[in-house]
Write a protein that binds this ligand. Structure first.
Ligand SMILES: [Zn+2]
Length: 318
């Protein structure tokens, strides 16, 4: 059976082509979960959810710029956003692993942008960081919807809960930064750049939290997300694009690492999660050539470029 579905959830960390592979190759249950995730992704930009999130923003005023303002919600396996608030800034840990991971990951991302670039949250004006965990039932994705982070639990067979991976959380928040800074059009080459910028800031956030040099780092994205038994190391490899996984269900990592192998495709908004391997690898090459910590020099070049008014959003979707 071949079921190709387009997703309206462009910022999900798991791209539609990967879910489509699971639908084609997975067992009955895996196919059902992947299909449910794709269908949810299609509908997630519902106006009701957006209005609710807007209301949340109004009630969480920006702070003085010295600390993040985090609010973690539990969807309790439903799809109402943001769900019930279970931990807010300064409150102690709860007994729920995913709640605590979301809180810590949002904090580590805020600290990275603040301490390295002097940026106060996504909008550089203290925007509250909202995260909802336990979204849907075995939902196989995590996404930023323009207002907040949303995390699925995965199914435990292919994907683990999406709060496990700090780089994925930072990747999603970086989409918010890119959106505000330049709004790189999310298709074809500008879309692949948009995706890559998120991986670059995602991987730097992970390296910064671990205080790893470019040489010490693994340069993997989403290494903590693949369940045991999946034949792969991560969702993507910036050091060796195309080598992150090769699995009977997920297929083979389709990323090129050089412009000579640029993939022309209609899928995935023109291959935004595929061709992002090319600028990802460029960042890896520059950061390792410069040596030391990636964020100290290469990271500043990327950040300054993102904010440079000469950078344009690229052509509109064709
Ligand atoms: Zn993304």
């Amino acid at each position: 059976m071949r079921a190709l579905a387009a997703s309206n959830n462009p910022y999900g960390i798991i791209p539609p082509h990967l879910l489509n592979r699971v639908i084609q190759r997975g067992n009955e249950q895996q196919r059902r979960r992947a299909l449910t995730t794709l269908n949810l992704d299609d509908g997630f930009r519902g106006h009701a959810a957006r209005r609710q999130a807007d209301t949340m923003h109004e009630s969480h005023a920006p702070d003085d710029g010295d600390s993040p303002q985090r609010h973690i919600f539990d969807a309790r396996h439903g799809m109402q956003l943001p769900g019930e608030e279970v931990r807010s800034e300064g409150e102690s840990e709860t007994g729920d692993r995913e709640v605590n991971e979301a809180y810590e990951d949002l904090g580590a991302t805020w600290r990275f942008f603040h301490e390295v670039f002097g940026r106060d949250s996504i909008d550089n004006a203290g925007m509250a960081l909202l995260g909802t965990v336990h979204y849907g039932h075995e939902y196989q994705n995590a996404f930023w919807n323009g207002q907040q982070m949303v995390f699925g639990d995965g199914d435990g067979e292919i994907f683990l809960p999406f709060t496990r991976a700090l780089d994925v959380v930072a990747h999603e928040l970086a989409h918010g930064v890119t959106e505000i800074a330049v709004g790189l059009a999310y298709a074809n080459q500008s879309g692949a750049l948009n995706e890559s910028v998120s991986d670059v800031f995602g991987v730097m956030t992970k390296q910064y939290a671990a205080q790893q040099t470019a040489e010490e780092a693994d340069w993997l994205i989403g290494a903590e997300l693949l369940a045991e038994g999946v034949q792969g190391r991560a969702l993507r490899s910036m050091a060796e694009p195309g080598s992150a996984y090769d699995d009977p269900v997920l297929g083979r990592d389709p990323q090129p690492g050089h412009m000579d192998q640029y993939v022309e495709t209609e899928e995935d908004n023109g291959g935004v999660h595929i061709n992002s391997g090319i600028p990802n690898h460029a960042f890896y090459l520059i950061a390792t050539a410069l040596g030391g910590y990636s964020w100290e020099r290469a990271g500043h070049v990327w950040y300054d470029t993102l904010l440079d008014e000469r950078l344009t959003r690229g052509p509109l979707r064709v």
